[in-house]
Design a protein around this ligand. Structure first.
Ligand SMILES: CC(C)(COP(=O)(O)OP(=O)(O)OC[C@H]1O[C@@H](n2cnc3c(N)ncnc32)[C@H](O)[C@@H]1OP(=O)(O)O)[C@@H](O)C(=O)NCCC(=O)NCCS
Length: 170
């Protein structure tokens, strides 16, 4: 199996998005046609996994969000103050190019998003994800995410459970 190392970077104009193909058409279209506008307007940030020859192997987006407290599971609600909404970080999109699937990259991108969200000085209770379908939801459940009871294609993982590696002195 080809286990090339990947470098994570913020998407910028030097990255070629034109041949990215995850097999999920709506995600690919978003990545090719819309993501740069969202980044410019500060409604999403976009991280890419790059191969040594600068090919984009995968991407994900992050943005601030919130979830009404009552939409969480009873176990989560019990541990939270009675605020109407709970601050979260939303991973709106995640996709791996078909050429790189099954090599652990999707899991690595998810781990990177969790670490970034957990490390932020701006507090958020959980990383929330929108799964596009049931197999995508299964991918997130496999990584410990919990489905919202009323909308099971939206899942969350409390960030307090994410181990954060020390970055050493600043
Ligand atoms: C879902 C997706 C991101 C997974 O990426 P990937 O690089 O192929 O996945 P990985 O190789 O990192 O898999 C990591 C783990 O998840 C598991 N996994 C992968 N897809 C899964 C699924 N649909 N259901 C359950 N588990 C799954 C793998 O078996 C692996 O398990 P392990 O760590 O115990 O060995 C990728 O298939 C993709 O881009 N799909 C199209 C877009 C999509 O569905 N995005 C999801 C959000 S909408």
């Amino acid at each position: 199996m080809n286990r090339a190392p990947f470098r994570l970077a913020l998407l910028d104009a030097s990255h070629d998005r034109s041949s990215f193909d995850s097999g999920a058409r709506a995600l690919d279209r978003y990545f090719k046609e819309q993501v740069t506008q969202d980044v410019r307007r500060r409604v999403a940030s976009c991280f890419v996994a790059l191969t040594e020859d600068q090919r984009i192997a995968g991407f994900y987006t992050l943005a601030s969000a919130s979830v009404p407290l009552t939409e969480l599971t009873p176990e989560a609600i019990k541990k939270l103050p009675r605020y109407r909404v709970v601050p979260t970080v939303r991973m709106g999109r995640l996709a791996v190019d078909q050429a790189f699937k099954g090599q652990g990259l999707g899991g690595a991108l998810l781990g990177d998003a969790l670490t970034r969200a957990a490390r932020s000085e701006i507090a958020a209770y959980a990383l929330v994800v929108d799964a596009k379908d049931e197999p995508a939801a299964a991918f997130y459940r496999h990584h410990g995410f919990i489905a919202l009871p009323e909308t099971p294609l939206t899942l969350f993982l409390p960030l307090a459970t994410v181990p954060i590696k020390s970055q050493g002195p600043a």
